[in-house]
Design a binder for this molecule. Structure first.
Ligand SMILES: [Zn+2]
Length: 160
């Protein structure tokens, strides 16, 4: 029997209090994106052209708001121009870096080099995690969405 096996259970978990709710319990109603990060996304989209840029969004959830604090560019593993595939090794590395902090990976981003800032059919087929933000840089504008059920719903972007 290993000591480590029981050391991870916090005493509060056995205390019989109210059930611990995850951040996903409150549906997100806005996405807070600083102008500097929006500009970073536009610059990454331009330099990846004609391929899609992609990355992960570090941030915090605060009630119904999801706030972006940093964008982490991730290598796009996809070979086709019109899709993206986040390198899972880099995804895991970032999860480890943020573990134990108040921050988490609140979403992902990618660009549609010649398209609109709306989820493609392929994006829709991959939307599964509730309240996980999808930030999409189209040719002319940037928009955010969250998975809701089997589809996306738009998430208004606001300044901090
Ligand atoms: Zn897409």
């Amino acid at each position: 029997m290993s000591l480590a096996g029981s050391a991870g259970v916090p005493p509060a978990a056995k205390a019989g209090g109210p059930p611990i709710k995850s951040g996903a319990a409150v549906p997100a109603s806005r996405f807070i994106l600083p102008v500097s990060l929006r500009n970073q996304l536009i610059a990454e989209a331009r330099s990846a052209f004609p391929h899609e840029c992609c990355g992960l969004i570090e941030g915090v959830r605060n009630g119904d708001a999801i706030e972006a604090l940093r964008l982490h560019p991730i290598r796009n593993l996809a070979s086709e121009d019109d899709r993206f595939e986040i390198d899972p090794a880099e995804h895991i590395r970032l999860l480890r870096t943020l573990r134990g902090t108040a921050r988490g990976i609140v979403g992902c981003y990618h660009s549609h080099p010649n398209g609109k800032s709306v989820p493609s059919p392929r994006d829709r087929s991959e939307a599964c995690e509730e309240n996980f933000v999808w930030l999409i840089a189209g040719a002319d504008e940037t928009a955010a969405f969250v998975a809701s059920g089997e589809d996306f719903r738009p998430l208004p972007i606001c300044a901090p």
